[in-house]
Design a protein around this ligand. Structure first.
Ligand code: GDP
Ligand code: MG
Length: 163
């Protein structure tokens, strides 16, 4: 069986963009069960010859602000529990938010190894956010652009010990 990589992060950081890039045309299985699995997509990913199962956590499209953190937490923890490594995405352009810091706390409490990724890092606009992400205390982030396909080799190197 393939190793499992879970993509974690608050809404809009680029999780699904990264998922789509890594899975490509290979069919993503969408689970239509209620609850946490409803928001979860899985696919077989390829990254420079590495093969792994990848989990994209949630849309939260019609989520109301009061219930979002609880549902996100349940889903994040369920995905991370089953994973060999968690890819924790933050948005290098938007900078850190309180929700990023909260997710970092959940991840620190789990035993699953975490690879911190500063996405949307293409160009100058991402530079401050890459440095800011170091404040999460999870080491130097991988600077990635899921949309433009930059940082792939660094992501490969960071995942290699875990998959
Ligand atoms: P998710 O909610 O975390 O799944 O985020 P999405 O994958 O839906 O992306 C949210 C928005 O960020 C979309 O408009 C994407 O096009 C954009 N986005 C994703 N990756 C990048 C990136 O590397 N650079 C930039 N500039 N935008 C990105
Ligand atoms: Mg998404």
């Amino acid at each position: 069986t393939l190793p499992v990589v879970a993509i974690i992060g608050r809404p809009n950081v680029g999780k699904s963009t990264l998922f789509n890039r890594l899975v490509g045309k290979r069919l993503a299985l969408v689970d239509d069960q209620p609850g946490v699995t409803r928001d979860r997509r899985e696919g077989d990913a390829q990254l420079l010859g590495l093969e792994f199962r990848i989990i994209d956590t949630a849309g939260y499209e019609d989520e109301d602000a009061a219930t979002l953190p609880g549902r996100m937490r349940a889903q994040t923890e369920a995905a991370v529990r089953d994973a060999d490594v968690a890819l924790f995405l933050v948005d290098a352009r938007a900078g850190l938010t309180p929700l990023d810091e909260e997710i970092a706390r959940w991840l620190r409490a789990s035993e699953t190894p975490v690879v911190l990724v500063a996405n949307k890092a293409e160009g100058r606009a991402g530079e401050a956010g890459i440095i800011e992400a170091m404040a999460l205390g999870m080491g130097e982030p991988i600077a990635l652009s899921a949309e433009h396909g930059e940082g792939t080799a660094d992501l490969f190197e960071a995942l290699l010990p875990h998959v």
